[in-house]
Design a protein. Structure first.
Length: 529
C-alpha cells in the first residue's frame, strides 16, 4: 500500500509511506526558506512533483488538516489525481494529537506504553474547544484515550498581540491556557513568537524562583496580579539584554518549573490508573529537554522514549501511520534515524581542498568553525551531523564565537556531540546509556564544567548527542587524540531565523553570509573557505 500523506498547517510536510515504511519526507520550510512555513501554493507544487515521480500508483492520499479551508483538501487531491491514480482513496486524519502519539509510539518500539502529547493547541474538538494535553495508552495496533484537556477561544490569528491580549480579555472561569500555550506566552513576552519556546527555555536557566509568578497555570493568576505584572505580561520587550533580562528570566524559570511539574503530575496519575511504566513523550512540548530530564529524575522506574520529531514536523508521518493501521490492521515500521529529509544533492561540482577527517579534527583543535554538509538532511529541529556547525567545546569563548556566527542571542546554549563510550565521563546520565537524538539535557559533572565551557549552560547542563558510528565517531576519535577529549560543540547549520540548510546552494550562501571559517562536503572531502 502506497500512501502519500500531507500535513496542512504550520510546519507543512509531505511524506510517502510504502507498505508501512517511510520512503520520502519533505518539509515546505526547507525549500521556501521560511521557518515553520505553510505556503499552500508551494505545497501543491511539491505534492505534484513528488507524485509525478512515483514508480507505482498511489493507493491513498492522507491529509492532516490543521486550521486550513476544506476547499484546499479538494484542490490538493485533484492535483494528485491529475497525474496519478484517479481511484485513489482520500483519508482525513483530523485528530492532531493522535497523529503525534502514533508517530511516537511506533518509533519507540515499545510493545505497550502511555503516550503523552502536550502542545500549544491541537485539533478543534467541538464548540470551539481545542485539545492541549492528551494521554493515550497504546498496545500493538490499538490505542485508547485516557485523558484530554481543552482550552477555549483560540485567536483566529495566532499572532503575538492576540495571544497576549488573552491575558486581559478572558473570563477567568473558562480555561484558556494549557501547559504548552503558557510556554508560548513566555516566548512572546520576551520578544519572540509562539515558535520561540526554545529561547524561553534557554533564558529560564538565568532565572530563579520568584513568588510574583507563582501559580501561573491557575486561571486566576492574571486577575490576581498587580498592575505592574499585568503590564509586564502584556508587553513584548524589544530585546533581552544583560541589563533587563532578570524579570523575564524569572518568569521563564517559573514557567519551566510549573509546566514540567504539571506534565509530571499527569504522567504519575496515568501510571497509577493503568499500571503501564513505559511512556512516550510527543507534541511540541516534547522538545523541552529540561522537562525530559526532569521526568527521568522523577520517575526512576519508568522507561521513557522521547520522540525526536515530536513537533508538527512529524504530523504527516504520524497521520500516514494511522491510515496504514486503519486500512491494513498492520503495525508500521519505526523510523531508525532522522536523516530522512529531501533528496540527495549532487555536490561533485563544489571543489576546494581535499581533506581527511584527521585534518578536520586539526582545524577544530585550532578553534576553527566547520560547517558540515553530508547526505540527506535531518528531518527534525536537531542537527545530528548531516547539517551541522562544529566547534571546539574546550574553548572558553566557544559560545560567544558560535552565537556570533549564527547571529543568535547571547543567552542561548549549545549542544554537544560526544563519543558514546565517554558520555558518562562528562555527564551525570544516571540510567541512560545513550542519547542519539539530542532530546535530553544532562548535568555536566563538576570537574568538567571548566573543561567543556563551550557547551556548558549557565545551569551547568548540556543537551547531548551520543555518537557510536559514522564519520562523526571517527572525527571525535581523531579530536580526542589531539585534545584528550572526544567531545565537540554541535549546532544546526543555519543562521538565526532560517530553516536548516537543505541544498548545496543553501550551504554556500550561509557560508558567505556568516563568519564561518569553513564548509566541508563530507562525502567528497572537499573543504571550502
Amino acid at each position: 500500500m502506497l500512501i502519500l500523506s500531507v500535513h496542512l498547517g504550520h510546519d507543512s510536510s509531505v511524506c510517502i509511506l510504502n507498505d508501512g515504511k517511510l520512503e520520502k519526507y519533505f518539509l515546505v520550510e526547507r525549500y521556501t526558506r521560511k521557518k515553520h512555513d505553510d505556503d499552500d501554493q508551494f505545497l501543491l507544487k511539491l505534492i505534484s512533483g513528488i507524485s509525478s515521480k512515483l514508480n507505482k500508483k498511489l493507493d491513498v492520499i492522507c491529509i492532516s488538516n490543521f486550521n486550513h479551508p476544506d476547499e484546499l483538501i479538494s484542490i490538493l487531491s485533484d492535483e494528485v489525481c491529475k497525474v496519478h491514480n484517479p481511484n485513489v482513496q482520500l483519508v482525513l486524519q483530523q485528530d492532531h494529537h493522535l497523529n503525534h502519539a502514533s508517530l511516537s509510539f511506533y518509533n519507540s518500539k515499545f510493545d505497550e506504553s502511555l503516550v503523552v502529547v502536550v502542545d500549544g493547541a491541537g485539533s478543534n474538538v467541538k464548540d470551539n474547544l481545542w485539545e492541549v494535553e492528551s494521554i493515550f495508552s497504546f498496545k500493538g495496533e490499538t490505542n485508547k484515550l485516557i485523558y484530554k484537556n481543552y482550552i477555549s477561544d483560540i485567536p483566529s490569528e495566532y499572532a503575538p498581540e492576540k495571544i497576549l491580549n488573552r491575558w486581559i480579555t478572558h473570563d477567568h472561569n473558562i480555561n484558556v491556557f494549557g501547559i504548552g500555550s503558557i510556554y508560548n506566552v513566555a516566548a512572546i513576552v520576551m520578544g519572540g513568537n509562539e515558535n520561540d519556546c526554545g529561547k524561553a527555555m534557554g533564558l529560564s536557566s538565568y532565572g530563579s524562583s520568584n513568588k510574583v509568578f507563582k501559580n501561573i497555570l491557575n486561571n486566576n493568576f492574571f486577575h490576581n496580579s498587580s498592575k505592574e505584572i499585568q503590564n509586564f505580561l502584556t508587553t513584548q520587550i524589544e530585546e533581552i539584554r544583560n541589563d533587563n533580562y532578570k524579570l523575564h528570566a524569572d518568569f521563564c524559570y517559573e514557567v519551566q518549573q510549573q509546566t514540567q511539574k504539571s506534565v509530571g503530575d499527569l504522567i504519575e496519575d496515568s501510571i497509577k490508573k493503568t499500571g503501564i511504566k513505559k511512556v512516550c513523550i510527543s507534541g511540541g512540548y516534547g522538545m523541552n529537554i529540561v522537562a525530559n530530564h526532569y521526568y527521568l529524575q522523577r520517575f526512576p522506574d519508568v522507561e521513557f522514549y522521547f520522540e525526536p520529531l515530536c513537533n508538527d514536523n512529524g504530523i504527516s508521518i504520524g497521520a500516514a501511520m494511522n491510515s496504514y493501521i486503519q486500512l491494513t490492521g498492520k503495525v508500521p515500521s519505526p523510523i531508525e534515524n532522522t536523516f530522512i529529509h529531501g533528496t540527495n544533492h549532487d555536490v561533485s561540482s563544489y571543489v576546494g581542498d581535499s581533506v581527511s577527517v584527521n585534518q578536520i579534527a586539526n582545524l577544530l583543535n585550532q578553534n576553527k568553525s566547520v560547517a558540515v554538509y553530508s547526505g540527506l538532511a535531518e528531518s527534525g529541529q536537531r542537527a545530528l551531523g548531516n547539517r551541522s556547525i562544529l566547534f571546539n567545546a574546550l574553548n572558553p569563548d566557544a559560545r560567544e564565537i558560535v552565537n556570533r556566527i549564527k547571529k543568535r542571542e547571547w543567552y542561548r546554549p549549545f549542544a554537544c556531540i560526544v563519543l558514546e563510550e565517554d558520555a558518562n565521563i562528562y555527564f551525570d546520565m544516571g540510567r541512560i546509556k545513550s542519547s542519539p537524538f539530542m532530546t535530553i539535557c544532562f548535568p555536566v559533572k563538576e570537574e568538567y564544567v571548566k573543561i567543556i565551557p563551550g557547551v556548558t549552560h549557565v545551569d551547568n547542563t548540556c543537551r547531548i548527542q551520543t555518537v557510536s558510528d559514522g564519520y562523526l565517531y571517527e572525527l571525535l576519535q581523531e579530536f580526542k587524540k589531539l585534545s584528550g577529549h572526544g567531545i565537540l560543540l554541535n549546532t544546526s547549520f543555519n543562521l538565526s531565523g532560517d530553516p536548516l540548510v537543505e541544498t548545496p546552494t543553501d550551504a554556500i550562501n550561509t557560508l558567505k553570509e556568516s563568519s564561518l571559517d569553513y564548509l566541508w562536503f563530507e562525502k567528497t572531502g572537499q573543504l571550502l573557505v
